[in-house]
Design a protein around this ligand. Structure first.
Ligand code: BES
Ligand code: MN
Ligand code: ZN
Length: 499
């Protein structure tokens, strides 16, 4: 789907969408259509439940007096409540409506909203961004779909008086959307296509955007002593990889970077502690943390963020086999700490232990955020509306919580405490990789914290409930959500970029 910004003019064909404010108050362009159609707009509104709320839409088919084939009235709600997120949601719902109606071309006419917090250009840019995000669909393996079963919308024109300002506001948003698209693609791919080697190759394509990408193979990781990560990988025919992506966008090339670490288990069978068959296919998205880090690096580099950032992803496949690690095995991590692996299905923390340590040893980050589909327990605790946030700091989580509210990618802070940490002490090694039955997400986070060096502000996001969605949301079609890209892009923009 292509997006264009142009002066607001009535289109010769396609669908036309015009805005109505809360209380059925026609906007400038809606009023113009009302005149041209000799009152069809207000008659239709009077005959419906349409109130002009930000979720409302009302279609007029083939009205006399305009050349557009249909006129879609869309609500913008109350001017005072019209923020960037609302504009994005409106844009997403418009894209969904155009596709549902089979429209190929559509024009949305906008105008400045008095008393609104967004300028006309910001309104246009955010509406376009939402439409773009909603238009994603992973259908490359559907070879028999007829054209009429595919999304129809090819071109969306946003009519706005300040076209230059709108384009300028849209440019960075489009780059973020490109990062999100990459993440969604990577997470949607099945595990026979995306495995450590191929996922590393996908990350390597970021070199086109001047991201420095380094791929470590098994021998290099062995030399570094990454026994925790390699222990998980040893049961698979697919070799492990560790990928380091560096974006150097700060004025000072030596400025310490912010680091993002991702769990990249390209398929999680559970290993010898094997998972039940039902639903195991979901474990193709157990690499979502790494997919988000890769997409985030693409977004930051794409919009040339003035920050130094490093992304580290640990890529493994967790399989049962004759070479797989056994429950009870003791492995030595890169940090030197030993781990008794009591459950081979608690593998994400083992991968992250070495990835976290590697990032700190090599890049001395000013802050470090990891993302992982780490525990089923976080889904029990928070459901599918907040990711779990754990941190050893207070500034970093406050920044993350704020970025979450601004982007709609919500977080909920969970506790860490010595009493939980004790639960992963092992009689045989420095620690074990599972706690007891209770507080499973917290003991997982405590495990990670044992690999965080003194003085490093660190946050862990458990995104198990957020990486995949079973139903459409205004700007997130069902499937891979890329939860975390928008959030962390905002975290960087608001706190870590040169002014
Ligand atoms: N990848 C899973 C967590 C998961 C489960 C993510 C369901 C998304 C949906 C993780 O590796 C795992 O298996 N965790 C175990 C830990 C347990 C063995 C301590 C879990 O949550 O059951
Ligand atoms: Mn597992
Ligand atoms: Zn897992």
């Amino acid at each position: 789907m292509k997006i264009a910004f142009a002066k607001p003019e009535l289109p010769e064909s396609g669908s036309l969408a015009v805005a109505v404010m809360d209380g059925r108050k026609l906007g400038l362009h809606a009023a113009q259509v009302e005149k041209l159609t000799k009152g069809a707009v207000n008659r239709a509104i009077a005959a419906s439940r349409f109130k002009g709320g930000a979720e409302d839409q009302l279609a007029l088919l083939a009205p006399a007096g305009v050349s557009a084939q249909s006129v879609l009235l869309f609500g913008l709600g109350q001017a005072a409540k019209l923020d960037a997120l609302t504009a994005q949601a409106v844009g997403g719902r418009l894209a969904a409506a155009f596709n549902a109606a089979g429209e190929k071309e559509a024009t949305v006419l906008l105008e400045a909203i008095p008393d609104g917090s967004l300028s006309e250009a910001e309104l246009a840019a955010n509406l376009a961004y939402g439409a773009l995000l909603r238009s994603y669909r992973f259908d490359k393996y559907k070879t028999k779909e007829k054209p009429e079963q595919k999304p129809s919308l090819k071109r969306l024109t946003i009519g706005v008086s300040e076209t230059g300002a709108a384009k300028k506001a849209f440019d960075p948003l489009e780059k973020i959307a490109e990062g999100i698209r990459l993440t969604r693609d990577l997470v949607s791919e099945p595990a026979n296509i995306i495995y450590p080697e191929t996922l590393a190759a996908e990350a390597k394509t970021l070199e086109e955007l001047d991201v420095d990408v380094k791929i470590l193979g098994v021998n290099e990781m062995k030399k570094l002593g990454m026994g925790a990560l390699l222990g998980v990988a040893q049961g698979s025919a697919r070799e492990a990889r560790l990928v380091v992506m560096r974006w150097q966008g700060a004025d000072d090339a030596k400025a310490r970077p912010i680091a993002f670490i991702g769990k990249g288990v390209t398929f999680d069978t559970g290993g010898i502690s094997i998972k039940p068959a039902a639903g195991m296919e979901d474990m193709k998205w157990d690499m979502a943390g790494s997919g988000v880090v890769i997409g985030l690096m693409k977004a930051l580099a794409g919009r040339k963020a003035k920050v130094n950032a490093v992304g580290v992803v640990g890529l493994v496949e967790n399989m049962p086999s004759g070479t797989a690690q056994r429950p009870g095995d003791i492995v030595t991590s890169m940090s030197g700490q030993t781990i008794e692996v009591l459950n081979t299905d608690a593998e994400g923390r083992l991968v992250l232990a070495d990835a976290l340590w590697y990032a700190q040893e090599n890049y001395k980050p000013i802050a470090m955020v990891d993302l992982a589909t780490l525990t089923g327990a976080i889904m029990i605790a928070l459901g599918t509306h907040h990711a779990g946030l754990f941190s050893n700091d207070d500034t970093l989580p406050d920044r993350l919580l704020a970025a979450g509210k601004e982007t709609g990618e919500l977080l909920w802070r969970m506790p860490l405490a010595p009493a939980y940490d004790k639960l992963i002490d092992s009689p045989a090694a420095d620690m074990k990789n599972i706690g007891g039955r209770y507080g499973g997400s917290i003991t997982a986070a405590q495990f990670l914290q044992r690999f965080v060096q003194k003085g490093v502000p660190w946050a862990h996001l458990d995104i198990a409930g957020m990486a995949w969605s079973e139903k459409d949301a205004p700007t997130v079609p069902k499937g891979a959500t890329a939860f975390g890209v928008r959030l962390l892009d905002r975290l960087v923009a608001a706190n870590y970029e040169d002014k």
